[in-house]
Design a protein around this ligand. Structure first.
Ligand code: 2PG
Length: 204
């Protein structure tokens, strides 16, 4: 019965400053490092075989802190741009509240949470899904089928795309779903990859 754990990186400097991050390569805050350590403490009871992350340092550093916390710094790790945060295009670096003042709440919410509305010169959640899910199917499902326990540390929107696939979440429903930083979510599968159990480790 393979386990999959997904974790959004800890708080980043732009999260703290309320700025759009997207594909900008921004570091964790001290609070984000602490969140990663706490995530590690929750993951400790699950024997992992491999980990996957993006090529952005807020995710890589979160993973490194988790691996140190669970005493598994030699775990095989794959870093891939397929798991990167979606691009927010022209919004990257800009203040979210300022953008609401300029474009209105509905427009900004549509850019942030809708499935197929594309932020200016950025990537929609649909486009993110179209790179995250094929990667998951090609590189990660075969490992789970070999009964390997896998950790994925990635980003708010790249993981929302994956959650749509894993939990069969519809286009409308996904707009209400947000993944908190540093909160591990566990998926347990049967040997034929049917989802048997899902939930946040800090709520179990
Ligand atoms: O700025 C971002 O890249 C993301 C995640 O931090 O923000 P949002 O919650 O707007 O998708």
């Amino acid at each position: 019965m393979p386990d999959l754990i997904i974790v959004r990186h800890g708080q980043s400097e732009y999260n703290l400053e309320n700025r759009f991050t997207g594909s900008t390569d921004i570091e964790l805050t001290p609070e984000g490092e602490l969140e990663a350590k706490k995530a590690g403490a929750l993951i400790k009871n699950y024997p992992l075989d491999e980990a996957f992350t993006s090529v952005l340092k807020r995710a890589i550093h979160t993973l490194n802190i988790i691996l140190k916390e669970i005493d598994k710094t030699s775990l095989p790790v794959t870093k891939t741009p397929a798991l990167n945060e979606r691009s927010y295009g022209d919004l990257q670096g800009l203040d979210k509240t300022e953008m609401i003042k300029k474009f209105g709440e509905d427009q900004v919410l549509a850019w942030r949470r809708s499935y197929d509305i594309i932020p200016p010169h950025g990537e929609s959640l649909k486009e993110t899904y179209d790179r995250v899910v094929p990667y998951y199917e090609k590189a990660i499902i075969p490992k789970l089928r070999q009964d390997k326990n896998i950790l994925i540390v990635a980003h708010g929107n790249s993981l929302r795309a994956l959650m749509m696939f894993l939990e069969n979440i519809g286009h409308a429903e996904i707009s209400d779903i947000n993944l908190a930083t540093g909160s591990p979510r566990l998926y347990q599968f049967s040997s034929d990859m049917q989802l048997k159990n899902v939930g946040y480790l800090d709520q179990q």
